[in-house]
Design a binder for this molecule. Structure first.
Ligand SMILES: [Cu+2]
Length: 156
């Protein structure tokens, strides 16, 4: 094989792999979750509080009202915990399939939490236990079952 032919094969391999990367990457969506003092589910909520997305999608956590964060409570094995650190807007990418429970640290006792399902629900049993544990710390009687209700309505 001459040098020119080798170079041509190398170049076309690079171009093809870049094209595949670009097209698969282009399908990924960014979803928005707002952190609010008042929403349709009541006081101190993430909106929407349940999201079903595909692996590789991102969520943009927007601090619509001040003083909220979004922090991982429970997540599939192998995923990286996230913390929006009270930034006005934080983008988190979800690469590992399964259910994620996250909370707003200062308002967790008011049931400010949310669930994100990435593609499937392979860790459903672990999530039921994590939600039960989370709700044992909720102090507001009217929001005591907010997250388990959300789970039961949305996760099949
Ligand atoms: Cu909050």
């Amino acid at each position: 094989m001459n040098k020119f032919l080798k170079f041509s094969i190398l170049l076309s391999t690079i171009l093809i792999s870049q094209t595949i990367f670009a097209s698969s990457h282009g399908d990924h969506k960014t979803h928005v979750v707002q952190m609010k003092n008042m929403g349709t589910l009541g006081a101190m909520v993430f909106e929407p509080s349940f999201l079903k997305i595909n692996a590789g999608d991102s969520v943009l956590f927007e601090m619509t009202d001040q003083g909220h964060n979004a922090v991982t409570v429970a997540a599939p094995a192998g995923s990286k915990p996230f913390d929006t650190r009270y930034e006005p807007s934080t983008k988190v990418t979800f690469d590992v399939n399964g259910l994620y429970l996250y909370k707003c640290a200062p308002h967790a006792m008011m049931a400010m939490a949310g669930i994100i399902q990435v593609s499937d629900a392979n860790n459903k049993q672990e999530m039921v236990a994590a939600i039960e544990q989370f709700e044992s710390t909720v102090m507001m009687p009217n929001a005591k079952t907010r997250i388990s209700d959300l789970f039961n309505e949305n996760v099949k």
